[in-house]
Design a binder for this molecule. Sequence first.
Ligand code: NAD
Length: 327
Amino acid sequence: MRGDPVHRRCAVVTGGAGFIGSHLARRLLEEGYAVLCVDNLITGSRHNVAELPSIGPFRLIHADVTQQLRISADVDAVFHLASPASPTDYLRYPLETLAAGSAGTRNTLGLAREKQARYLLASTSEVYGSPGVHPQPESYWGHVNPIGPRSPYDEAKRFAEALVTAHRATHGTSTAIARIFNTYGPHMRPDDGRAVPTFITQALRGSALTLTGDGSQTRSLCYVDDLVEGLLTLHASAVPGPVNLGNPHEVSMRDLAALILRTTHSASPLTFTNRPEDDPDRRCPDIAYAREHLGWGPKVGLEEGLERTVAWFRSTIGTHAESAEAL
Ligand code: NAD
């Protein structure tokens, strides 16, 4: 543990018991921050943060960011990650997702303003919708269906970006918007519906890997350590964003399934089901802005990232990683 406890900086991480938030909280502790994690555990889990108090001053506050946040400590950094994030989760919790992006963003911006802390919004590549431009630069306005099944998530994040931008202009709050592209790694739930945990779980259990459509649709997958490095670098800068953070290496779902079968040494077959409505065909970040203004780029290749992720799933399958924690 580094840093003088008297002068320790304090970071609030909303959604800190989730997949990305728990990795971010760990890195912040390692950087010498005290971390207050605000999470209602709707899609996260206490298990994700169980080890963190042994690394540094860490507290899990079981609270909903859509309600008023009362934090008495001085706060230097606010990272707003709280939101259902996987399609399975936001289809199940559409109203909660809209509330996390609207009231949750308003409340966390209020906290940052009160504490004069730098604020970072975890936005998403979903603001680009089903994109007509490849790869997607930050200047692309997107192609979003405002009443489609994905709209609670996409529009919540678009509204959140607008709120952050207006707050910055009106109150001078130091803010940053990160547009995060598909990220993977340890602490994903096997049942969260995203391709990587779904395929790994199926492969390790010897059941068929379910591809949607013909599996030719692509995603660009960023290992979570790279993403967290990008979030910290953006937060440490004065850049307002939005900034795309993701790995531009594009992979088809069929190739991803094959790679996961190789990594897990599994002989599972493939099965094919219908594509979900409004599922984007391609998703690939243009990260020229992040490279130029933050000096950031991903370092972990897909094979290495999958090795690390599979190792974690092997060690947890059948234990606490099975499902989100019940409230
Ligand atoms: P996650 O579901 O694992 O984590 C989200 C966390 O937020 C959970 O712990 C959940 O319990 C908490 N939460 C949700 N609503 C809340 C509320 N109202 N109050 C308090 N806590 C609440 O998801 P994740 O993949 O870690 O995503 C984290 C953030 O990053 C999200 O904002 C998401 O939109 C964004 N993001 C993630 C990805 C990705 O590939 N994982 C891609 C783009 C953007």
